[in-house]
Design a protein around this ligand. Sequence first.
Ligand code: G3P
Ligand code: CA
Length: 269
Amino acid sequence: IPAPAALAGAVQPTVIAHRGASAYAPENTLAAVDKAAELGIHWVENDVQRTKDGELVVLHDDNLKRTTDVEQLFPDRAPWKVKDFTAAEIARLDAGSWFDPTYADARVPTLKQYMDRVELNHQKLLLEIKNPELYPGIEKETLKLLGNEGWLDRPHLASRLIVQSFSADSVRTVHELKPAVKTGFLGTPPVSELSRYATFADQINPSYGSVSTGYVASVHAVEGPHGRPLEVFVWTVNDANTARLVAGYGVDGIITNTPDVVRDALPAQ
Ligand code: G3P
Ligand code: CA
C-alpha cells in the first residue's frame, strides 16, 4: 500500500529495534544491538530481569529455556527461572545457537554490558523492566546502574533513554524515584484513564492491533508529566504495509524485529 497522504510533512515515527534487530540476530544479545547499528538504527529495546545474586541481565522470558542451552548445562534445575541462577551460571550459557549455530558464542548480557555496547554504538535505549513483580526493588537497582553508567546525565535523559513496563506500578516507581527519566506504560488504557497514567508516564505503548487514529489522537491530547503531549510507540510491527498503516495513525514510534523493513517503508524525511 502507498504511504498515506496524511503522512506528507508529518514527522516520521522513530524506529526501535525490538530486542535488538531480533529478526536477524539472537534477541537481547550484543549481536542484536550491533546488527541494529549496522542497519543504521538508533534505538534498541531490551528486557531487564535479575539473577539470584542480584545482577541485572537482559532476557525476555522469565526462564532460560527458549533462548539458551540451560537444559543441557543444568539438567536438574527445572524450571530454569532467571531468578534461580547466578550471574556466573548464566554467563556460561549459549544464547545464540537456538537462533543460528553461527551465534554460538552469544551470551545473555548483563545490563551493564548491554548499556556499554549501546553507548559504544552511539545508540539509544528503550529499556523494559520485565516481570517486576518477580524482582522487588528492581526499579531502584536499574536506576542506580543507569546512574553509575552515566545514563542519567542530561544528554541521555533528554534524548537517549526511555524506561517502560507493562506494570503501571513499576513505571510509577521509576517516575517517583527519578522524575526526570522519560517513561512508558505498555498497554492500551481506556481513554478515560489516560490522564491518570499521564501523572507518571510520558508514553502509552500499545500493541499495534489495539489502536486507531482516534485512540492515538486521544493519547496525544493528554499532557504528560513533563508538560508535553503523551507519545505512542506501538509494537511489534514487522512488515511494510502495517508500518505504513500505523504511521498513518500518527504514532510516534514503531517497535519492530525488522527495523530496516519498517524504516524503508516510511517516507524519507
Ligand atoms: O517494547 C514492546 C514489547 O517489547 C512488549 O512485548 O513481550 O516483546 O516484551 P514483549
Ligand atoms: Ca520487551
